[in-house]
Design a protein around this ligand. Sequence first.
Ligand SMILES: Nc1ncnc2c1ncn2[C@@H]1O[C@H](COP(=O)(O)OP(=O)(O)O)[C@@H](O)[C@H]1O
Ligand SMILES: [Mg+2]
Length: 312
Amino acid sequence: MIELDGVSRLYDGVAAVEGLNLRIERGEICVIVGTSGCGKSTTLRLLNRLIDCSSGSIRIDGEDIAAMDVKLLRRRMGYAIQSTGLFPHWTVARNIGVVPQLLKWPAARIEARVRELLELLGLPHADFAHKFPSQLSGGQAQRVGVARALAGDPEILLMDEPFGALDPITRDSLQNELLRIQAQIHKTIVFVTHDIDEALKLASRIVVMDKGRIVQHDTPTRLLEQPANAFVEHLLGQGEQGLKRASLQRVGAHMLALQGPPPACSVGVTDSLRQALSLMLWHRTGELCVRDEQGNPVGLLPIAALLRGPDA
Ligand SMILES: Nc1ncnc2c1ncn2[C@@H]1O[C@H](COP(=O)(O)OP(=O)(O)O)[C@@H](O)[C@H]1O
Ligand SMILES: [Mg+2]
C-alpha cells in the first residue's frame, strides 16, 4: 500500500534520511524504531508531505504522492503525535470533530462519529465530550488525540511516539487499546517509537533505523532471532532476547493436554511465556495449569514446553 523508493531528505546538504526503500502492506502495523535523531519523524513527515523528498519517490496504492493534491493526501492519513496538538480552548468533542468539519459533514453525522470514537477509545461521551484538554490526564489526552486522528476515517494512521510521554502503566494500557482497536478497524498504521519493547509488542513488522538509514525490516520474531548487525543487537538489549521472544509467544501455543489433577498454580491461555516463566520462578514450580478466560482448566504447561517451538 505504501512504497518508498530511494527516498532521501537533506537539510543544508546533510541527509536526515537516506536511500529509504520500504514496502508497507495494507492493514499492518509497521513500527519504525531507532534512537533519537535517526530520522523516524522525518520519515513520517515525508509520508504526509509535511516535508518533501529531496530525491526518490513515495507511492500510495501505486500513485506518486508528489503528484497528489496535498489536502486530499492528508485526508487519507490520520496523524497522532506525542504532544497531542489538541486545541486548548476547544472541547474534546470539537477537537475530535475538526477533520469531519473540514470535510463538511452534516452536524448530525459529526456528532455520531464523535460518540462512536469516544466509545471506541473507552471515554464515556457524557463524561468527556464537554471537557477541555486541560481537564484531561495525559492518557486521556492521548486517547482524544488518537480519536481525532481517526475521525475522518482515514485509510492510514501515522503515529509519532504517541505514548512517549506517558507513565509505563498508562502506556501499556494504551498499547493494548491500540491493538484492540486495530483488530476492529484494520487501518494501515505507521507507528514511530524509540522503545524497542513497544515496537516488539505492537508491530506486524519492524523497521530499524540508524543514522538516517534502514538497517533491518523484519517481523518481531525474525528481528530477535536474526538481528542484522551489532546495532540491532544492542537495541534489543544483549542477553534479554530470550525473554523478549518469550513475551511474544502465547501459553496456548505451547501447552500440552491435561492428564490427572491440575497443578495448583495457574496461568492464562493467552498469557505470554514470559509471564508463565515468571510464575514458575516465583512459585518454584516446574508446571502450571493453563486456564481459559472462564477459569476452566484447559491444559498443562511443563517448564520443558517453554523450550520447544510453538505448535504450528
Ligand atoms: N527542520 C529541520 N532542520 C534541520 N535539521 C533537521 C530538521 N528536522 C530534522 N532534522 C535533523 O534530521 C535528523 C533526523 O531527525 P528526526 O527525523 O526528527 O529524528 P527522530 O524522529 O528519529 O528523533 C536529525 O539529525 C535532526 O537534527
Ligand atoms: Mg522524532
